[in-house]
Each structure stands twice: as structure tokens, then as C-alpha cells.
Ligand binder design. Structure first.
Ligand code: COI
Length: 356
């Protein structure tokens, strides 16, 4: 099966909604493009590949994913270059991570041809939805869920894989205030922390709500054993610039292998900035703040891109972080990433792919 010969049936919408979207005021997750790609896994194979108008779906109330959480997803983005062409960013990395999540959750993997052809056909059809305003992009949400209508606890025999998209602006309106969480945990060794599975996000909601009631926007998770080492944040990996070095927790089976994180590490190395991927103690970060050695603490992720923190709260004390200067590593890496993604600068890494 090759991308060119994949049978994808395309049904175009008869009620396009593009003209209803206010592209000057894009809120993350609110607008969804006209079409979606759908594939079904049944009888041991992927079948019924189609692009259809985005619409509600009928599901059995016994659908396995709704009960036992056998569901995974990805977050990716597409951008427009100055010529109006659509560029995706490192889509193969998302496909590979999706399949790692699938394996951990006992789900079938999605062949590269299906993932890429579905994505490319969808973006070709909904190219008009890719925004070109600075700071905006087309968010892409591939996901898969167990679709057996069966209540026994076992891996489903059938699955649905969907990709839909929607234009987005900034995830956070302002630099987030983050609280270091030392009571609840996101993931423990041997668990599913490295998988992008739905349950990880559900489990984060209650501790995040408690932090929000205390005036924070998001959490920084710590390790399950000692609450002494930094893991990741709610929707992003966490990175620090301390003593001129880029320092970030090494990925592990409790930390998501973020593609934005990986890109920033590769850019830093390319620029000759010292990088340390290792365990990062919260004490080390707090000491660096107190001693004026911390230049920045920031989140990195597809949705948030590069998002400097305004405040880190730890054990009841709020530490205000320095304002980000225009010539700082954080500003430069954010601009460089944006310029690569939008085709403004040469993509020396070969990360972008043009939708033909
Ligand atoms: C992404 O950055 O794409 C994510 O998956 C985070 C999302 C939960 C908002």
C-alpha cells in the first residue's frame, strides 16, 4: 500500500463554515475545520478510510474507551508560508510517538501511509483554514479510541482513528503562573506517563483545579517517589536557562517525549548553547532563582510553543521570574522555531513538510 494508491474516499461538506471564523480572535480549541479524516480498525486491519464533513458521531453507550480510557492522541501544527503554502512541522515524529502510545495502551499501530495520507489529504482540502496571522496556526488533533461495545475489561478488537483540525491562537493569554505540585502525582515509574493517553489528562484535572483556586494557571509535576525532581507541566515539557545553560528533565517513562522540547534542545546544540538533559531538582531551580542565576523557566509544547513562566510557586512561596529580554535564549529560540515553521528561515534541520 503506498500513499498514492491508498483508497481514501472524500465527501466534501455542503455547508462550509470558514466564513464564520474570526481569524483575528482565535481561541485555542474553539474552532474546528470543515472536514475530518476517519479510519476504522476491524477484523485485524485498517479499513474504510474516508474524509467526511466534521460532524457528531453516533456511539454505543457501551463504547469501551468511555469506560476504561483506552484512548490516545497527538497534537501537531500546520503553518502558512509567505507564498500561502501549507507546512507541517515534524509530522513523522508525531506519528512515531502516536504508535509508541498505541503500543503501551494495547492498541493497534497506525501505518505511516495511513497517518500521512490522511493528514495530507485533509490539509489539502481544508488549506483555507490554516491561518497566516502572526502567533496563529492550524492545530491538528489525531486520536484513536477503543470502539468495541463491550463491558469486559480487555483490549478492544475495534478502534476508530480520526484526525481533525482547527485554527488556533495563543494557548495562554498571559505568561502562566505555575505551582510545583508536591502532593499529587502525574506519573510513576512503570506507569503510562510517557504515553499521550487520555487518562493522564483526566487525572491532572483535580490537582490543577486546586492550584487554580490558589491563583495559579498550571502545575509543575514532581517525581512520585520524593517530590524532589521536576517532571513536566500540565500541557508542556519544562525547561530552564540557568548559568547560561539550557537545562531540562531527561525524558523517561514518566515524562512525555515532547517534539517541541526535542526541537529546542537540537536548536540549542546547533547554536553551541550548553544543554543538560538530566534529573532536575526543584531545590536547584529555587536556589538559582534566589541567587539571580536563573534567566528563564518556560514550558515547551505543540499547543503552547514556548511559554515563559511568570511565577513559580513552591511550598507556599511565590517566586517572581525575571522578564524575558528580546535577545535572550527564550526569545531567540521561539522566533527561530516560528520562522522555521512558517518558512521564513531556511529549515536546516529538514523539519517542515510542504503539503502538495
Ligand atoms: C499539545 O501540546 O498538543 C498537547 O497535546 C497539549 C494539549 C493537551 C493542549
Amino acid at each position: 500500500m503506498t500513499a498514492d494508491t491508498l483508497p481514501i474516499e472524500i465527501q466534501q461538506t455542503t455547508s462550509p463554515r470558514l466564513s464564520e471564523v474570526d481569524f483575528t480572535n482565535l481561541v485555542f480549541g474553539r474552532n474546528i475545520s470543515d472536514h475530518m479524516f476517519v479510519a476504522e480498525y476491524r477484523d485485524g486491519q485498517w479499513q474504510n478510510l474516508r474524509i467526511i464533513p466534521y460532524a457528531d458521531m453516533a456511539l454505543s453507550p457501551a463504547t469501551a474507551a468511555l469506560h476504561y480510557g483506552q484512548a490516545i492522541f497527538e497534537g501537531m501544527k500546520a503553518y502558512k508560508n509567505e507564498a500561502g503554502e501549507v507546512l507541517t512541522f515534524r509530522p513523522r515524529d508525531n506519528w512515531a510517538r502516536f504508535n509508541r502510545s498505541a503500543e503501551r495502551m494495547c492498541m493497534p499501530t497506525v501505518p505511516e501511509e495511513i497517518f500521512m495520507s490522511g493528514l495530507n489529504e485533509l490539509l489539502r482540502l481544508d488549506a483555507g483554514w490554516v491561518p497566516s496571522q502572526p502567533g496563529s496556526s492550524l492545530y491538528i488533533r489525531p486520536y484513536m479510541f477503543a470502539s468495541d461495545a463491550y463491558l469486559g475489561v480487555r483490549p478492544s478488537d475495534s478502534y476508530i482513528f480520526i484526525i481533525f483540525t482547527g485554527p488556533v491562537g495563543n494557548y495562554y493569554a498571559n505568561p502562566p503562573k505555575v505551582k510545583v505540585e508536591t502532593e499529587y502525582i502525574r506519573a510513576a515509574e512503570g506507569g503510562v506517563g510517557a504515553a499521550k493517553c487520555a487518562g493522564n489528562y483526566a487525572a491532572s484535572l483535580y490537582p490543577t483545579r486546586l492550584a487554580q483556586q490558589q491563583g495559579y494557571d498550571q502545575l509543575i509535576w514532581t517525581d512520585a517517589r520524593d517530590h524532589a525532581f521536576i517532571e513536566e507541566s500540565g500541557t508542556m515539557n519544562v525547561m530552564f536557562v540557568i548559568d547560561g545553560k539550557l537545562i531540562t528533565p531527561a525524558v523517561s517513562d514518566t515524562i512525555l517525549d515532547g517534539i517541541t522540547r526535542r526541537s529546542i534542545v537540537e536548536i540549542a546544540r546547533h547554536w553551541g548553547v550548553p544543554v543538560e538533559e538530566r534529573r532536575v531538582a526543584i531545590k536547584e531551580v529555587i536556589d538559582a532563582i534566589k541567587e539571580g542565576r536563573l534567566e528563564a523557566a518556560f514550558g515547551a509544547g505543540t499547543a503552547v510553543v514556548v511559554s515563559p513562566f511568570a511565577v513559580i510557586g513552591y511550598e507556599g512561596t511565590n517566586y517572581e521570574l525575571p522578564a524575558i529580554k528580546e535577545d535572550s535564549f527564550v526569545s531567540r529560540v521561539k522566533d527561530f522555531l516560528t520562522d522555521i515553521r512558517t518558512g521564513k528561515t531556511e529549515d536546516v534541520f529538514g523539519w517542515t513538510q510542504k503539503i502538495q
